[in-house]
Unconditional design. Structure first.
Length: 743
């Protein structure tokens, strides 16, 4: 959480991480591994809006320009004569113990300029500096706007300038969702939820026009500054007074320092990694998606809900943390991108729900373990007290825990997350049914999942395909974490036995499906014979939408390029038959799954570009789809999987990338706490560099098939190796470069 108190003077503002001495080594590492290239890439990209947003306020995702610092968020709405900033704070939730928890918006800041009625509209967002500008012209007079949500404290600044004439303006502050105007010398709106709640919450927003009152004149050469300070109960006990005190301290010079700190923070954020690809539409969306996630996610206990930016008191699905994929999906692309600070908030509510999930497992199912409802809120609160017949919610919750663990091998994190993982494994121990070999019935020694719906409410299915992959993932994660922590060794035998004897994925051929199930391919005799996956062994065979048919591939990680050829062929067929490149649910998994199994990369890129151009909004959301934040992972996740894979413990550079497209990437995270950089030019991989954070064993798929390679350690030539893949012993902090022999 942003801990900068609103009443702290600007001179003592929290120094951005990039400027602290303790981060010097990290900064030098960034410079050494190509981080300046990240700045060069992102500085070329902007989000441009040429018409006022229409879908705001909204009960779900909005189409407006988005601002935020991961704690306080603002969406810029309205026409030039009536500009509206909808402000919400991630920790302003109505938190209930039983059900009905949901986030609430905080305030609406209004800027009225009667002289700009029917003015032209253009808003641009500089993704590199996270500063939004606008130009609105009417009858030769232009209002120029610059605004940003300060990265190092909860402060929204708005600078208003005029060109070609003067403009009369008015600033007002209103309670969100209500036409209740704040009054007084320093207008303040405040919301408190402290009655009949699990955890009290509250926040306040204070407004000030620097050097003037609520009504002002914008004159050429004399800009007007409007500022809003936001503070919550989780920042300061006396949050209203803190917001007022902070706003009274600010002036033009101090705001310049706030702005400089803001730019420095974003510079450090972009220095974490980069990608460069020929398709600039996809490259822009890659950086835009990371901008949106950085704007929405930085508070440990309060990640963004379904929509991030909350603009009404009635968000759809309570704006909750939906556990059958929706909550975890926005974070998929952050781990490989080395944006761990933005990914970490994801697991806060999941772990806070653990005790309730343990009790629920005993009460509802009569066994020990973790069993989660589908919709939760922060700090153990609940939004929807139903499970929709699904038993996989706690396993979905293990996905970000697995991504985080394998990306960093951080023992402190493992100690925090392991009890949740262990008890999810315990749930499966107790829920799975062991079926011994029976030749008469054709049964093999295996574990079977009964009474688990593959889709919400789809019935008492047997062996849902996603749950089967999750069982393997959870057992592997529990074994790996506990081994590194040095605990629970006696449980490894059971976990390994379950992993090795869980039922195989249910399979069929396309012709086995009822003809009314949608399939992209025509039902020719040849296509009817295509081997694909069935959604369950018994029960639901297929589904008309959603991407559940490939989620065993991604995010569960059940199939990859090391899988048997028959399994990979079936997985690629599944992608072809499902054809869910545009879908109401789960597009964030579909493109990544295609990359995981080596699907035609040209098709992946073509379909992704078509999807963005066809239904994507300038702010990164998808207007016709209400699910909001989950779409921010589609492009980053897919591009990163195409450029670098390591989920099977083997680093592969450009495993699913067209040979005729030059590309490069810098300091993407690979499994084992490795930061990897590489490029491809004219179909040849070059410049492979691996920084080992934890000194773990590193297995690399040879980027130059049939050639021996030369290893350079910390700038000094070392050993030579050969083979399809090779194993490197590494030291903590060591930099390894890999080159083909003869170069």
């Amino acid at each position: 959480m942003l801990k900068q108190p609103p009443h702290t003077t600007v001179d003592t503002i929290r120094i951005p991480r990039a400027l602290r001495p303790g981060f010097l080594a990290a900064a030098l590492l960034a410079l050494a591994t190509g981080a300046p290239a990240a700045e060069m890439r992102v500085m070329n990209h902007r989000a441009v809006f040429t018409t006022p947003p229409k879908k705001i306020p909204s009960n779900n995702s909005v189409d407006a320009p988005l601002l935020g610092n991961g704690d306080t968020l603002a969406a810029l709405a309205g026409s030039p004569d009536k500009l509206r900033f909808h402000i919400n704070k991630n920790d302003l939730w109505l938190m209930r113990a039983a059900k009905g928890s949901e986030p609430r918006p905080l305030a609406r800041l209004e800027l009225d300029f009667p002289g700009l009625q029917d003015a032209t509209y253009r808003v641009e967002q500089d993704l590199q500096q996270a500063i939004t500008t606008g130009r609105f012209t009417q009858a030769g007079v232009t209002l120029v706007l610059e605004t940003g949500m300060a990265a190092t404290e909860n402060l929204l600044w708005i600078k208003l300038s005029a060109e070609g004439g003067t403009l009369q303006g008015r600033a007002g502050l209103y309670l969100a969702g209500q036409d209740v105007a704040a009054t007084g010398d320093v207008p303040v709106v405040e919301r408190r939820f402290d009655q009949d709640v699990l955890v009290p919450a509250g926040a306040a927003c204070a407004l000030r026009v620097v050097g003037g009152g609520s009504e002002f004149t914008v004159t050429p050469g004399k800009p007007v500054l409007v500022i809003a300070s936001i503070c919550s109960r989780f920042d300061q006990p006396e949050f209203r007074q803190a917001a007022i005190a902070r706003i009274n301290e600010l002036g033009p010079e101090s705001l310049e320092r706030v702005r400089a700190a803001h730019v420095a923070w974003w510079r450090q954020f972009w220095a974490k990694s980069f990608v460069e690809i020929p398709d600039k539409v996809l490259e822009q969306r890659y950086y835009l998606s990371h901008y949106v996630m950085a704007s929405a996610s930085r508070v440990s206990d309060f990640p963004p809900g379904l929509f991030g930016w909350i603009t009404t008191d009635k968000p759809s699905w309570h704006g909750d943390y939906h556990l059958n994929y929706n909550h975890v999906a926005p974070f998929y692309g952050l781990y490989a991108a080395n944006h761990i600070d933005q990914a970490d908030p994801c697991h806060g509510p999941l772990l806070a729900n653990a005790d309730q999930a343990r009790a629920l497992c005993r009460e509802k199912l009569g066994i020990e373990g973790l069993f989660q409802y589908v919709g939760i809120g922060p700090k153990g609160s609940v939004a929807f007290d139903v499970a929709l017949m699904q038993k996989s919610n706690s396993s979905y919750s293990c996905v970000p825990l697995a991504f985080r663990w394998y990306a960093t091998y951080d023992l402190e994190f493992a100690r925090l997350a392991y009890p949740f993982v262990r008890d999810t494994a315990l749930f499966w121990e107790n829920w799975l049914k062991w079926e011994p070999f029976d030749s008469a019935q054709g049964k093999t020694n295996r574990y079977v999942i009964y009474k688990d719906a593959v889709h919400e409410g789809s019935g008492d299915n047997v062996n849902p395909i996603v749950s089967l992959a999750f069982v393997r993932m959870v057992m592997n994660l529990a074994i790996d974490m506990s081994r590194e922590l040095g605990v629970d060794a006696p449980r490894h035998a059971k976990w390994s036995h379950i992993r090795d004897h869980i039922s195989a994925y249910p399979t069929c051929r396309l012709g086995d499906l009822k003809d009314w199930w949608p399939a992209h391919l025509p039902r020719t005799d040849e296509n009817r014979n295509l081997p694909i996956f069935r959604y369950t062994e018994q029960g639901t065979e297929w589904w008309h939408d959603n991407t559940l048919g490939i989620q065993h591939i991604y995010p569960a990680g059940g199939i990859g390029l090391d899988s048997p050829p028959e399994l990979l062929e079936r997985a690629r067929n599944q992608i072809r038959v499902m054809n869910r490149w545009v879908d109401f649910n789960g597009m964030n998994s579909f493109y990544a799954a295609a990359a995981r199994v080596g699907y035609d990369p040209n098709i992946i890129l073509k379909e992704m570009r078509s999807m963005i151009e066809g239904i994507g909004a300038p702010n990164g959301m998808i207007p016709g789809n209400p699910h909001g934040m989950e779409h921010q992972s589609i492009v980053p996740n897919a591009i990163q999987e195409m450029l670098l894979q390591s989920h099977e413990g083997v680093i592969r550079c450009f495993p699913c990338w067209p040979k005729d497209q030059d590309a490069r990437f810098g300091t993407l995270r690979a499994r084992g706490a490795f930061l990897v950089s590489a490029g491809m030019k004219a179909g040849v991989v070059r410049g492979v560099k691996i920084v080992s954070e934890k000194g773990r064993v590193c297995t690399v798929h040879n980027p130059w098939p049939g050639k021996s390679v030369r290893i350079i350690r910390n700038g000094k030539p070392a050993e030579s190796l050969s083979g399809e893949r090779f194993v490197l012993q590494t030291g903590g902090g060591e930099t390894i470069e890999i080159e083909p022999q003869g170069t």
